[in-house]
Ligand binder design. Sequence first.
Ligand code: ACO
Ligand code: KIV
Ligand code: MG
Length: 555
Amino acid sequence: MMDANKYKPGYFPPQENEYRWVKKDHIEHAPMWCSVDLRDGNQALVVPMDLEEKLEFYQMLLEIGFKEIEVGFPAASETEYEFLRTLIDHDLIPDDVTIQVLTQCRDHIIRKTFEAVKGAPRAVIHFYNSTSLAQREQVFKKSKEEIKQIAIEGARLVKKLSQEYEGNFLFEYSPESFTGTETDYALEVCNAVLDVMQPTPDRPMIINLPVTVEMSLPHVYANQIEYCSDRLKYRDAVILSTHPHNDRGTGVADTELALLAGAQRVECCLFGNGERTGNVDAITLAMNMYTHGVDPKLDFSNMPSIVERYERLTRMHVSPRQPYAGQLVFAAFSGSHQDAIAKGMKWREDKELLEWSVPYIPLDPHDVSRTYDSDVIRINSQSGKGGIGYILETSYGYTLPPKMREHFGYTVKSVSDHAHKELSPEEVLEIFEKTYVNKDHPVYVREAHFKQGRMTEATVTALIGGRKIELVAVGNGRLDAVCNALKEGLGVSFTLQSYNEHSLDQGSHSRAAGYVGIAWEDGHYTWGAGTDTDIIRASIKALVSAINNGLKEEE
Ligand SMILES: CC(=O)SCCNC(=O)CCNC(=O)[C@H](O)C(C)(C)COP(=O)(O)OP(=O)(O)OC[C@H]1O[C@@H](n2cnc3c(N)ncnc32)[C@H](O)[C@@H]1OP(=O)(O)O
Ligand SMILES: CC(C)C(=O)C(=O)O
Ligand SMILES: [Mg+2]
């Protein structure tokens, strides 16, 4: 049984909320990004990455453009330690990249961390201790003052060892479980740490206020960030960082609002990997900025390859609905969406627009190496004439007249509905060809010759039900004359209602496509299409196909 009485909000928002950040409506520039994939992401995997896997993942992070990478918790395991030593000893840290390592505020863990990181060209020593009410009471069983002392002692040791060990060290402190901590108390602990570390504007220190467990609505966290940003000591020497997790599913909102509220740096993971529901997703954050016209300074243009490597190295799965990256995030199956997308694409092409404004698709799939053909409009029983016609046109060059599109739309829909499956563009083409194109039974026109007078006279050699017959008739044009000849030969009555044609391919051997719609005496309509290198033969084939479809319906 669920019982909501069991729960109450476990967070402590600041008493003074200024809400200055509310007046901002977009993020103006990219923050400092720090990937924590190789630490927070890795520590949450069923099987953490081995040395080789970590190295490949690290290379991918460099390729994407991360300049700060938390590479591990070197005191945690042999693999973590070895990985760090490999990066340093094999000179794998580019000049513009800073690695980061995490340590608890415990004497032997800090010492082991310095041992692992010695000789690094630049490294952030990230130390943390939990400050939340729950952890003070249940885990550490210590008072606020005693917990503050853990942070201060940790800071002192980090500072001391950084002067003893060879290497270029920067510092980060996290009051872990910040979201379950009284905001003023977290501030007090951070300021005490800052007093020890004495950062300066040319040697700033990172203060990271993590959403270790997401407990509140995102605006509460934004207020906490604004409040702390205003009250942290040495503010011009502090880089204010966020590290949201995603327990309530709003890690992205936490981060974005925190950036509006004064945060300067974001710790995140690809595809939102990380403890429990994950760390905030770096890709969503960056692409959200990108689709607002802000350069995120991270490059996800190679998305399918990033997905492939991520899945292989972490053994995790990227959801088909994962923003910007999932298999289905550009796909439209439903008719009205497809119709709007097809029209939007045409609008963009006709007007030669650079700006992207296609309805329903917030990102140009090409920007992340996805295609228009196979990723965007996909056909099933929810699809409509707009999308189905778009596939036929963009994949195979057939531009159906609007009424025929409608007829074809219902035909394709019904096939998908009965087969209960998606149809590939090849299958859509197959249905089109089978239903309309060059149908030659029971009527087949073998030859047609024309004489041009005031009217056009057609002499048609046809097979009707296998019987050869010669027909002569006049009409307003060649197609009309053939139409009249066939009506006479068949002894049926219909009128030619719609005729369209266009060339299918370019060049001297180009084929033409013709489309004919005829209305029968009883009011029903049938369609046919024809293809041929000769335009008149294409249109006669279309007419004959429409007639054969009508005769078939009568059978
Ligand atoms: C929110 C986060 O993601 S924080 C990062 C978490 N990541 C990890 O823990 C992954 C790597 N960790 C490890 O491999 C191990 O935990 C180690 C090697 C760091 C430490 O191992 P151990 O000492 O064997 O065990 P363990 O982590 O259970 O230690 C718990 C003790 O450390 C204390 N402790 C935990 N975190 C901290 C901290 N940040 N600062 C000071 N003390 C801490 C606990 O209160 C507890 O103390 P007790 O011994 O008095 O009960
Ligand atoms: C170590 C800290 C920053 C952390 O991972 C968290 O609080 O989630
Ligand atoms: Mg974390």
